[in-house]
Design a binder for this molecule. Structure first.
Ligand SMILES: [Zn+2]
Length: 191
């Protein structure tokens, strides 16, 4: 089990983007198959909608769109218009309304008009993406700087540059390796 990148616990949309990543044995995609996608929904406490082939392509299209939006945000540029349209269409799939709940204190809940459906899933992911991108969290969105890593995270500490300690260790090991090679080349050059 891979460790979640910082922020995934606060944003299912961030977790969606990171559902495709680099593993030790190459690319890992949690949404490659309907059954793995169903598990992924369960793991992220999303509505337990049945995922078929259609559902899978809706989720991966939304993922690609959110990735483009996060990339645009991190690069301070405008996103592709298609990505905005895809997220907005997904958000409209379920005309959910905010409802006030008061268990121990006030809390906003979204009540779906299509509970348990994939519409509810994609709409809640899209709503979260919109909240993150247009809100304060948007300023924290960063791509992991480790070579080959495609995950994003929320930079809650100013100096953080990697999505995980694994990526940080990998970068440090590569840097060390480079130094060793440079030193060897330098000493060979002298002899
Ligand atoms: Zn990383």
């Amino acid at each position: 089990m891979v460790t979640a990148a910082p922020g995934e616990e606060r944003s299912p949309a961030l977790a969606l983007v990171n559902s495709r990543r680099l593993g030790t044995a190459g690319e890992v995609d949690d949404l490659a198959e309907p059954h793995s996608a169903t598990e992924w929904l369960h793991r992220h406490e999303l509505p337990p909608a049945p995922v078929g082939t259609d559902g899978l392509s809706r989720l991966t299209a939304l993922r690609a769109a959110v990735r483009e939006l996060l990339t645009a945000l991190a690069e301070s540029r405008s996103p592709e218009a298609d990505a905005v349209a895809t997220v907005n269409a997904a958000a409209r799939a379920d005309a959910a309304a905010p409802q006030l709940a008061w268990p121990a204190g006030p809390r906003r809940e979204w009540h779906s008009t299509r509970p348990g459906s994939l519409d509810e899933v994609v709409a809640s992911l899209a709503r979260d993406a919109i909240d993150v991108i247009s809100g304060d969290l948007g300023e924290l969105v960063r791509p992991c700087e480790a070579h080959g890593c495609v995950r994003f995270f929320f930079r809650e500490h100013a100096r953080r540059r990697w999505c995980s300690t694994t990526c940080g260790d990998r970068v440090r090991a590569a840097r060390h390796q480079r130094l060793v090679v440079e030193q060897r080349e330098a000493s060979q050059g002298r002899s």
